[in-house]
Ligand binder design. Sequence first.
Ligand code: SF4
Length: 292
Amino acid sequence: MNKFVPHTFAINSYQQVNFAITTKCPMRCEHCFEWDNLNLHETFTKDELKLIISKLQAKGLAHLSLSGGEPMVRFNEMLELIRDADRSTEFWVLTSGFNLDLSRAQKLKQAGATGVIVSLDDINAEKHNIFRGHNQAYQFAALAANATNQAGLLLAISVCVLRENANADFLTAHAEASTAMGADFIQWLEPKAEGNYRGKDVILTMEQISEMEKAFVSLNHDARYRHIAPILYHGYYQRRLGCLSAGKSSFYVDSRGMVHSCPFCHSADFQIMDWLNNADKKGKKISACPSY
Ligand code: SF4
């Protein structure tokens, strides 16, 4: 519409950026896409993080997801980043739920955060803990979901759907449990052979994808599931429309400052500061999605 209707509003250059603000993480997740960087020395100081965020905002940014590592590890600095940023951008926190209690959730809300995305990869606590490599991971996720709700932040529950879980029974049970935890929406992700999964046989088969797509349509549209929170499943649309955003209206900055097309498809195109310190993006192109 911007092309056809003259207006004076500022146009966002980017709809969504995912920014890993720390390398540190107490989990050891099987699917971790930051595995190569995990628990190295921090790349950026708080002031450098602020500078990067302000430069991204100056380009026009609708939505910034703060991730890691585990962003809650840099909680006080993260609060300051959100509080001091321009309010033109929505700030979301992508977390395992680590140390996100009610007091911290309220501080996030007061600082100006919009919402929290909590990862919950299995509704069986023991299986989730094994997948996340931490014996309190489920407890952290459940407490974080509750605290996020009580603080008045939006809550999304995200799941990496493994081969053994790509079926209607698991997906329905997960959606019911996420809704009961107060999720405003649910996000389904497919495993990618990147990070700790690099070189491993984890990609879903076409049969498993077909099962997921049937469950996605049913859970989002059948009247009997009207009580369930809306489900967001990027793969469903990417297979039909192509990936319309990666490397164009969205990208990923890892905890070493490398820019990638998205968190799941690493391209390590260039250093964020090299780009932001230049007046334009000349000579620096973010890769497009390699899959769709
Ligand atoms: S996936 Fe996230 S929570 Fe899990 S080890 Fe990697 S950075 Fe930590």
